[in-house]
Design a protein around this ligand. Structure first.
Ligand code: F6P
Length: 373
């Protein structure tokens, strides 16, 4: 009997999502005669039962297209916004899964999606996930698709900033995405030859950064490129954050937990704009003119790189094979040259940040790149 597969894409859009949908869809239809439907706009689509049938025609011509043909959202099954309310739509999703006679629901997304998919798995649904995000912070996979494309874009941006920083004898602070992980800033910083790279994993001391910039000037280099991850923070900020996180962990009462969660939210809201504050601080300490460039959504828009197309297609088609074999409750991960199923419970809730003994950190230090410490 042919299997019925539901697919959704959730979280931020990302280069390679369409390649993954196509890889899964084409392999599913051609090799295993599956019926494929795609839910619109992430978990909201299955909650509202809005879907399209994916066939040869709808899967054609999408390999190179950025974003996702299905649409996406950050809506969570258990806290879905409706006007000014949030409703728990989990039971409705379970109902729609059965109503559509699904054999499996494939959820393509980053860390948040993995957690939400795991919640649905615990409700008895057959779930498989694929790891996508430009942040590369999903646990249990070597790499996520989207990362390579964003790395290329951020690196090219740093290349271009070099000539303008050099001509004006300026510091240019370039903010790179990555959520709370430093993979993108570190990778692009090294590939683009940034002089300072700041990542969340290494809290920085602004005076040390200024000293490194002044030392470069003494050597006759009157410009500096500072690649800063959006989640990077000073030593002081990171101490405040650690305290809030500990309070949250220790709080037993519901109210205390809520207060700590609100405090955490406020902390990250205040963190926005940090790159501008850092640039001003560096200008004051070094007496070099500073400018800021925020790369933003340009990093995740547009056509996927060949590496991401290949990875997404590989993971998508491996997913079809696993479905055919009756496997579920897993994420299809990339381990070396292989696509392998890893238990979803080992992925959900675990973030992959840059280990302090990672070769990239070692490489940057060898080249005397200042890491803010
Ligand atoms: O997870 C991908 C990402 O682009 C992060 O790098 C960034 O922090 C976040 O999404 C931005 O989210 P939103 O699309 O909700 O603004």
């Amino acid at each position: 009997m042919s299997k019925c597969v539901g697919i959704l894409t959730s979280g931020g859009d990302n280069p390679g999502l369409n390649a993954a949908i196509r890889g899964l869809g084409k392999a599913g239809i051609d090799a295993y005669n599956m019926q494929i439907i795609g839910f619109r706009d992430g978990f909201r689509g299955i909650a509202n039962n809005r879907y399209i049938r994916l066939d040869e025609m709808s899967l054609s011509g999408i390999l190179t297209v950025g974003g996702t043909i299905l649409g996406t959202s950050r809506d969570k099954p258990h806290r879905m916004p409706f006007g000014d309310k949030e409703l728990d739509m989990t039971d409705v999703i379970v109902e729609n899964y059965h109503k559509n006679h699904l054999d499996v629901l494939v959820c393509i997304g980053g860390g948040g999606t993995q957690k939400n998919a795991f919640r649905l798995m615990k409700k008895g649904l057959n779930i498989i996930t694929l790891p996508k995000t430009i942040d590369n912070d999903v646990a249990q996979t070597d790499v996520t698709f989207g990362f390579d494309t964003a790395l290329g874009i951020a690196t090219e941006a740093i290349d271009r900033l070099h000539s303008t920083a050099h001509s004006h004898h300026r510091i240019i602070v370039v903010e790179i995405m990555g959520h709370r992980a430093g993979w993108l800033a570190l990778g692009a910083g090294i590939a683009g030859g940034a002089d300072v790279i700041l990542i969340p994993e290494i809290p920085y001391d602004v005076t040390k950064i200024a000293e490194a910039i002044v030392a470069r000037r003494r050597k006759g280099k009157h410009f500096s490129i500072v690649a800063v991850a959006e989640g990077a923070m000073s030593i002081e900020e990171s101490q405040v954050l650690r305290q809030i996180e500990e309070n949250k962990k220790d709080s037993k009462k519901k109210d205390d937990k809520k207060n700590a969660t609100d405090e955490l939210k406020k902390f990250y809201e205040n963190h926005t704009g940090n790159t501008y504050r850092l640039a001003q601080h560096l200008q004051k300490l070094t007496v070099l003119e500073s400018r800021v460039t925020i790369l933003g959504y340009i990093q995740r828009g547009g056509t996927p790189s060949a590496v991401d197309r290949l990875l997404a297609t590989r993971l998508g088609s491996a997913c079809a094979k696993l479905i055919h074999e009756g496997v579920s409750g897993v994420m299809v991960a990339s381990h070396g040259k292989n696509s392998v199923p890893v238990p979803l419970e080992e992925v959900a809730g675990n973030r992959k940040i840059v280990p302090l003994d990672h070769e990239w950190i070692y490489t940057a230090r060898m080249l005397e790149t200042n890491l803010g410490d």
